[in-house]
Design a protein around this ligand. Structure first.
Ligand code: ADP
Ligand code: GLC
Length: 481
């Protein structure tokens, strides 16, 4: 089976969140299962610098406002996989991240920058750009790649089946109508049952309407997005397409996320957890926290955004401190949340430490050294950090929503007795519910060391590797072919 993934991020070259981890891992897992997999990426700086052995396969410019554009192929670092890269410097060679400039504002020409991504996918599928390779399936990810399915649908003889995965419905890729004329798409699509969205148009909606199958990244989120509460105004479309919508849980690359990683302070395993104590000590030292082995150390590794419920953590800080806990935060995002965390670190030196920024290596040290990871998201399509935390025996404290509720088993009398508990789950995204679960976690940590070790061992043995998820995608593809 020849599969073309279409996406805007890939770890470690360009990453703003979990999407990058998935685009690095899923194609590899599929290749290991015998598929012929390629990835199509925009030629952002990180991609141009990191994909190796780039050679041109086709001239495609001038197009979408770029005077020169060409399609290149190269090799993804650390794997055998081929990447197609759209080299269009006028559109992609910029400071900032894929979506926003250094001033944190959306690029004004994002419709063209990501329109080109979908357009190139369709033309690769049609066989116009690379005579030697044509996909059997086009698998597009998030709004950035949402137009791929529309471009494919608009060509009368192009029958390549399409799968569209929603990683986060909150980012809908909405643009004003006047941009539409620049995309070369039929005006027939501009209806409420097409990609029109309340007088504008949406790349995400295009993916939802014109793809043959829709998936999202956990079974619970697949149900939630069909409701007004989580549907971001697209619940109607999703309900109509319910028969073609399914949830396939993300996997974890356990070669990257492992407590046997020699770059953390000390390695450890589920059966010999002693190294974790040393990781904790090192983390406390590096962050200037009191060297107290008995103090439960809570961590945050996250985008500091409303979605992630970070404000709730600051509101529940008194409970955490009353329980004898410490907090370490690594994150970047909304200025107000950054400032509130910073103030907390000033108010409680030695108990609360905050690093504003994005630091991949440090995120591994924190996962290894902390006792608990806080993930109080208001919504969470899948969530990867709680999965990483489990592998490091860092018990997740999560809101019962989306992928968090599919992956963490709450610690209760019943789940302890049945040997299933792996973390702490609370039911409402408010400070009282989070605070009370934090209190319970602190009490258990202090009063039942043996019980804690057992839960930690079980957490570490959870298996969210890619094999199952890759098998689910395979079934989905086969049904389409
Ligand atoms: P989302 O994609 O919504 O941000 P996920 O949990 O799926 O949430 O993925 C987040 C990814 O980004 C994880 O790999 C996490 O480790 C990483 N991450 C988030 N914030 C930071 C940070 N400040 N420094 C390093 N890694 C981070
Ligand atoms: C999105 C979601 C996150 C998910 C990730 C990868 O960024 O917010 O929950 O884990 O995509 O699918």
């Amino acid at each position: 089976m020849r599969i073309l993934h279409v996406a805007a991020e890939i770890f470690p070259l360009v990453k703003t969140g979990g999407l990058a981890d998935i685009i690095a891992a899923l194609p590899n897992a599929q290749a290991q299962r015998g598929s012929d997999v390629r990835v199509l990426l925009p030629g952002f700086r990180g991609i141009m610098a990191g994909v190796t052995d780039l050679v041109p396969v086709a001239q495609i410019g001038p197009v979408f406002g770029a005077a020169t554009a060409q399609l290149l192929t190269g090799c993804l670092p650390g794997s055998e996989l081929t990447a197609y890269v759209i080299d269009a410097p006028f559109l992609y060679d910029r400071e900032g991240n894929p979506y926003v400039g250094p001033d944190r504002r959306d690029w004004k020409d994002n419709h063209r920058r990501f329109g080109l991504l979908g357009w190139a996918a369709a033309h690769i599928a049609f066989g116009e750009l690379d005579a030697e390779w044509q996909p059997d399936i086009v698998h597009a990810h998030d709004w950035h790649a949402g137009l791929a399915s529309a471009y494919i649908r608009q060509h009368p003889s192009l029958k390549t089946p399409t799968v569209f995965t929603v990683h986060n419905l909150a980012f809908r890729g909405i643009f004003p109508m006047e941009c539409y004329g620049e995309l070369g798409l039929s005006t027939e699509f501009l209806t409420p049952s097409g990609l029109e969205f309340y007088g504008s148009f949406s790349f995400m909606k295009a993916g939802l309407v014109y793809s043959d199958k829709i998936t999202t990244v956990s079974p619970t989120y697949a149900k939630e997005i069909q409701t007004p509460e989580f549907g971001c105004g697209l619940d109607g479309v999703l309900t109509e397409r319910a028969d073609d919508l399914s949830g396939i849980l993300n996997g974890v690359d356990y070669d990257i996320w492992t407590p046997q990683d020699t770059k953390i302070a000390h390695t450890y395993t589920a059966n010999n957890q002693n190294g974790k104590k040393l990781c904790k000590r090192a983390l406390q030292r590096d962050f200037g926290l009191q060297r107290d082995g008995d103090s439960p150390l809570f961590a945050v590794v996250s985008r500091l955004a409303g979605q992630k419920g970070m404000d709730l953590i600051i509101d529940a800080l008194p409970e955490l401190l009353d329980g004898g806990g410490q907090l370490v935060v690594l994150g970047t995002g909304e200025a107000e949340i950054e400032a509130r965390f910073f103030h907390a670190s000033q108010a409680y030196p030695g108990r609360v430490a905050v690093r504003i920024g994005y630091d991949e290596a440090l995120s591994h040290h924190i996962m290894a050294g902390a006792d608990l990871l806080l993930v109080p998201s208001r919504f969470e399509p899948c969530g990867l950090t709680q999965l990483y935390a489990l592998r490091y025996g860092t018990l997740p404290v999560v809101h019962r929503v989306g992928g968090l509720s599919d992956t963490v088993v709450d610690t209760t009398r019943e789940t302890i007795a049945s040997a299933r508990a792996t973390g702490f789950v609370f039911d409402r995204p408010d400070k009282a519910a989070l605070g009370s679960r934090i209190r319970d976690a602190c009490a258990l940590y202090r009063n039942d060391k043996v019980g804690w070790r057992k839960i930690r061992r079980r957490a570490m043995l959870q298996d969210f590797s890619w094999n199952d998820s890759a098998a689910h995608y395979e079934v989905l593809y086969r049904n389409l072919l």
